[in-house]
Design a protein around this ligand. Structure first.
Ligand code: CP
Length: 321
């Protein structure tokens, strides 16, 4: 089946339509079953090359893109920017042009600057997937969060979803807001004033500065990591005080619906934004399931953008797959 999402690049969730999101999630859903089977190897991307270019640290995203590409049969190269000519001062665009000259099919890029991945996508003739750019977007995280919720709750429309914590520094929050509001969820941001996005209401969300009030009657409580690496100081008085008011523990979670699920994109700061008691409670926490859905979503995305690239290049696809 031809993908509904017809672009060569996936740079964000902001421009995705509900049918495009639904199609990507449906494709990912099918890959969940593949990933749970004994033989996980497919030939969907046989002969194709995927390059992971990560300028920022990553455990989940980089590993799951590598697994996703390998399970689809692609060849994968993981660029270690610290051990590459980036360390000698080569620019992002020169690095991209160099890699592009080796004819990859997909570049998966994480960069510390918002907008850097979009800029790069204009300089190459392969497909580009944004694996997180600064505070801007992390589209595959948004998709995997949506898949996790849809599988557990059966839908996205009409759910009350609270995104809590360090919203201002979070690309995950921005991708989730765009995607979940497009799919008809009621999204709330819950954060101290210093960590909230100014004018957030224009994004179609409501804003709370009290965790118990913000998660009241919610179906999903999504906690965000305090991103110390993006702070220059002064955003929170102390981690102990932050946990007291904005850290999720069992007492505060009792304000949400009795069957509310707890999410976190990882990596977690235990005892800062989330209590271990909640993070490790398999009845409430779907944090490990989010990681599992990440592989399936990235398989769906890699398949989709590579098909779109093949279509653009006039290369055969269905005949060979
Ligand atoms: N959620 C997420 O992006 O995790 P990593 O930084 O480990 O990739």
């Amino acid at each position: 089946m031809t993908p509904v999402f017809a672009q060569r690049h996936l740079l964000g969730t902001r421009s995705l339509t509900a049918p495009e999101i639904t199609d990507l999630l449906d494709r990912a859903d099918r890959y969940v079953a593949v990933n749970r089977s004994a033989n996980k190897k497919l030939d969907v991307l046989a002969g194709r090359t995927v390059v992971n270019l990560f300028y920022e640290n990553s455990t989940r995203t980089r590993t799951s893109f590598e697994l996703a590409a390998k399970r689809l049969g692609a060849d994968v190269v993981n660029m270690q920017t610290g051990a590459s000519s980036v360390a000698k001062g080569e620019t992002l665009i020169d690095t991209a042009a160099t890699l592009n000259a080796m004819h990859p099919d997909v570049l998966v890029v994480r960069h510390h600057d918002s907008g850097a991945v979009s800029l790069l996508s204009q300089k190459v003739n392969c497909a580009v997937v944004n694996a997180g750019d600064g505070k801007h977007e992390h589209p595959t995280q948004g998709l995997l969060d949506a898949l996790t919720i849809r599988r557990r709750k059966g839908r996205l429309e009409g759910l009350k979803i609270a995104i809590c914590g360090d919203v201002v520094h979070s690309r995950v929050a921005r991708s989730d807001i765009h995607l979940l509001t497009t799919m008809g969820a009621e999204v709330r941001l819950v954060a101290p004033r210093t960590l909230c996005i100014s004018g957030a209401e224009s994004m179609g969300v409501s804003v709370f500065h009290d965790l118990k009030k913000g998660i009241a009657d919610c179906d999903i409580v999504m906690m965000l990591r305090i991103q110390n690496e993006r702070m220059s100081g002064g955003f929170i008085p102390s981690t102990r005080e932050y946990f007291r008011f904005f850290g999720l523990d069992r007492e505060k979670l009792a304000c949400a619906k009795p069957d509310a699920l707890v999410m976190h994109p990882g990596p977690m700061n235990r005892g800062v934004e989330i209590d271990s008691d909640i993070a490790d409670d398999v009845e409430r926490s779907v944090i490990r399931e989010q990681v599992e859905m990440g592989v399936a979503v990235r398989m769906a995305v890699l398949e989709t953008v590579t098909r779109n690239l093949a279509q653009e290049r006039g290369e055969p696809w269905e005949k060979t797959k």
